[in-house]
Design a protein around this ligand. Structure first.
Ligand code: HEC
Ligand code: HEC
Length: 275
């Protein structure tokens, strides 16, 4: 009899000891949760509104991009990208598809870039040059779904994507002669634009708003094939229909007839001969 009672009390003591510990654990857990909730509450505004990623987020982003890019690059055989023609063509594609986020000179300063989270980064730096052509192809074709980086598989041909990569490679310090720089619009050129004005000044505003300026320069003064002159003959047709060379088509739902006329009036103020 006494033996049995002894066993029971021993067991009870054991249970009590563990119950005590469990309660402490539970209390500790609840307290941690409470502190966590309070700190989230206090930090939430900063977490949700901060626009510049903190260093650990940059690091995490890098790791995720690396992992994403390393996937599916095995079967890709990049073509040779060194042609200066390819670079030129690549810049045009880049200006049409990428510059609004990554900046015309790939410095990460496109007007749309800071609006996404994480913000679009510079592509003219060592981080991008370190990537293989195949990795860059993969990122551009598929996008990075955890960021604002869209995939271009459906919008750009393979040839265009490789050309963009050739353009990005031209920022490598060992890439030889750099491309002629795109002109930065002067305050005077911009002051000409007035969306509520008439003729050429309304045309100038449209020229900015529709992104013509990104490729052709504010006064049509972009280098090489991108230069626009007052005398360019194929103007209307090229604007409406675009061209294989990278000129986008502006149909009547983007650009009405009267807007087209205002645009042409503005273009008529450009130089008449090649500079
Ligand atoms: C993504 C770059 C890009 C944008 C944006 C762009 N263009 Fe072009 N544009 C080109 C390229 C490249 C050509 C040369 C096409 C060719 O050689 O066939 C061209 C050609 C032209 C031409 C024909 C010149 C000629 O006589 O051959 C005109 C006019 C023109 N663009 C006007 C415009 C206007 C107006 C806008 C804005 C509504 C605009 N472009 C937007 C790239 C662009
Ligand atoms: C709507 C904005 C947007 C457009 C348009 C866009 N990107 Fe991005 N891109 C981003 C964002 C956001 C990221 C992720 C943050 C970063 O830059 O690392 C990114 C990332 C990248 C990266 C990976 C950078 C790295 O960290 O190594 C490459 C390469 C890239 N973009 C190339 C391009 C090219 C080429 C185009 C045009 C064909 C393009 N992007 C168009 C927003 C954009």
């Amino acid at each position: 009899m006494t033996k049995r009672i002894k066993v029971l009390t021993a067991r009870r003591q054991w249970i009590h000891a563990w119950l005590g510990r469990a309660l402490w654990l539970l209390a500790g857990g609840l307290l941690t949760l409470l502190l966590f909730a309070i700190s989230i509450w206090l930090w939430a505004p900063a977490l949700l509104t901060h626009r510049t990623p903190w260093p650990f987020e940059r690091q995490l982003g890098r790791i995720m991009i690396d992992r994403a890019a390393a996937r599916g690059t095995a079967q890709l055989t990049p073509p040779t990208l060194s042609h200066s023609k390819t670079r030129d063509a690549g810049r045009i594609v880049y200006l049409g598809a990428c510059s609004q986020c990554h900046g015309a000179d790939a410095d990460g300063k496109g007007w749309l870039g800071p609006l996404s989270y994480p913000p679009a980064s510079a592509l003219n730096d060592a981080d991008t040059q370190k990537r293989s052509d195949a990795e860059l192809y993969w990122i551009i074709a598929n996008g990075l779904s955890f960021t604002g980086m869209p995939g271009f598989r459906d919008r750009l041909s393979d040839e265009q994507i490789w050309a963009v990569i050739a353009y990005l490679r031209s920022f490598n310090s060992s890439a030889g002669s750099p491309l002629p720089a795109l002109p930065t619009p002067t305050a005077q050129e911009l002051a000409h634009a007035d969306p509520r004005g008439h003729g050429a000044s309304r045309g100038a505003a449209l020229y900015l708003a529709l992104g013509c300026i990104n490729c052709h320069g504010a006064g049509g003064n972009a280098p090489g094939r991108l230069q626009l002159r007052a005398t360019d003959q194929r103007a209307v047709r090229t604007i409406r229909e675009g061209s294989k060379e990278g000129m986008p088509a502006y149909s009547t739902d983007i650009l009405s007839e009267s807007d087209l006329h205002a645009l042409l009036e503005y273009i008529a103020t450009f130089r008449t001969s090649r500079s």
